[in-house]
Write a new protein. Structure first.
Length: 239
């Protein structure tokens, strides 16, 4: 099976990190195709950044779909463009926020999300409400770090993440932690061992969810919400 893991921002080093996390968990028969959306912001830290990335994100995925892919993982915790990509492609399209928080709900009674900038807290909260995954989420905490600080060797990003994890466990009674940025993918196993609770990276679980759906022969429903565009346009024309 062929899974496209796409980084919606234009920072190639983050794509490399994301690809490594995906390949680390992928089954032996799975090919991970990693893509960077070059015509987009260097990081996605706001709704404005997300909107600026969307057109190129859609074009990038559609171009890869034409060469043959079985599923797409969108490796940005805002889950940008997920619904549009489900319209445009047939294989499963999985956002790492939805995948990670679904996993946290299976592994714990209550969980917290640790993300990067404060602005992301509101976006993640809205997404969880829309997904119906908000009930078990005890808190969404910002580590007050720019996304690109996760790419800087000497940044204190990991210590800020640890500090927020301590607070989430102590004050919010979190039983599991979701890392709220694809750029944190390389930290999950170390932090899970250190804190002795599940620490969930959305890239890894999204890849395994994609593999499971493909293995079950399941694709995106094309009846209703994600029906082909030309079919829905014809319906409107006849109305």
């Amino acid at each position: 099976m062929r899974i496209l893991v796409v980084n919606p921002n234009s920072t190639a080093s983050m794509t490399d990190k994301i690809a490594a996390a995906a390949r680390d968990v992928a089954a032996s028969g799975t090919t991970i195709m990693a893509a960077t959306v070059h015509e987009s912001p260097a990081s996605i830290e706001s709704r404005t950044d997300e909107c600026r990335a969307l057109s190129s994100l859609l074009d990038t995925v559609v171009a890869h779909a034409k060469t043959g892919i079985d599923a797409t993982v969108v490796a940005c915790f805002d889950d940008p463009g997920i619904s549009a990509l489900r319209e445009l492609t047939s294989g499963p399209v999985i956002g790492i926020c939805e995948a990670a928080c679904q996993a946290a709900s299976l592994l714990s009674a209550r969980y917290s999300v640790i993300t990067t900038v404060p602005r992301a807290v509101h976006v993640i909260g809205e997404n969880l409400l829309n997904y119906g995954l908000d009930r078990k989420c005890q808190s969404i905490r910002s580590a007050h770090i720019p996304v690109l600080a996760l790419e800087t060797a000497h940044a204190d990003a990991s210590e800020r993440i640890r500090a927020e994890m301590h607070l989430a466990i102590k004050h919010d009674n979190a039983e599991a932690i979701v890392l709220g940025c694809a750029g944190m993918a390389n930290l999950a196993r170390t932090l899970s061992e250190e804190f002795e609770i599940p620490v969930i990276d959305g890239v890894s679980v999204a890849v395994k969810q994609a593999e499971a759906l493909i293995a079950c022969g399941l694709t995106t429903s094309k009846r209703g919400a994600f029906s082909p565009l030309n079919e829905r346009q014809s319906e409107c024309a006849l109305a």
